[in-house]
Write a protein that binds this ligand. Structure first.
Ligand SMILES: [Zn+2]
Length: 148
């Protein structure tokens, strides 16, 4: 199970190489995504807390990137953080997430992106539940649940 030291290591040295890369132009992403999905994943915006439809969904399945369909999180490690955003304790594989130190908004945070298409997902914080105490705080608009 990954821990906060892994997050810091990946943020400074880079994540393991992804299995593949997906690159599209801004116009191609615009054509594929809804306006809200584009605003969040390609422009690093954040949806309003408690607005995402996946916040209160705990069905079994895998959460994949809305942009490139890479599987990112498993439903079994989703938890109720009461933060207003879907929250997870670790990614499906270490190489599907990219970690970037983000010093915007006057604080140091770690941004998480899809490592395959560089889509913005959200942030990761060291205040999650035991045992690894990590909270991936992910925009509902950045992911979709695949139930089969
Ligand atoms: Zn992606």
């Amino acid at each position: 199970m990954m821990n906060w030291n892994d997050v810091i290591k990946y943020a400074s040295k880079g994540s393991p190489e992804p299995d593949n890369k997906v690159m599209k132009t801004e116009d191609e992403w615009k054509a594929k995504l809804t306006r809200e999905q584009f605003r969040i994943t390609r422009k690093k915006e954040t949806e309003m807390a408690f607005s995402g439809e996946l916040c209160n969904i705990y069905d079994e399945g895998k959460y994949s990137c809305i942009c490139c369909d890479t599987k990112l999180f498993d439903s079994t490690i989703k938890f109720e953080s009461k933060s207003g955003w879907p929250s997870f304790t670790e990614p499906i594989k270490d190489n599907v997430i990219k970690y970037i130190k983000d010093s915007s908004m006057g604080m140091i945070r770690v941004e998480v992106m899809c490592n395959v298409c560089d889509g913005h997902l959200g942030h990761v914080f060291p205040d999650g539940p035991q045992p690894n105490e990590i909270r991936f705080c992910i925009n509902s608009e950045s992911i979709k649940l695949i139930t089969q």
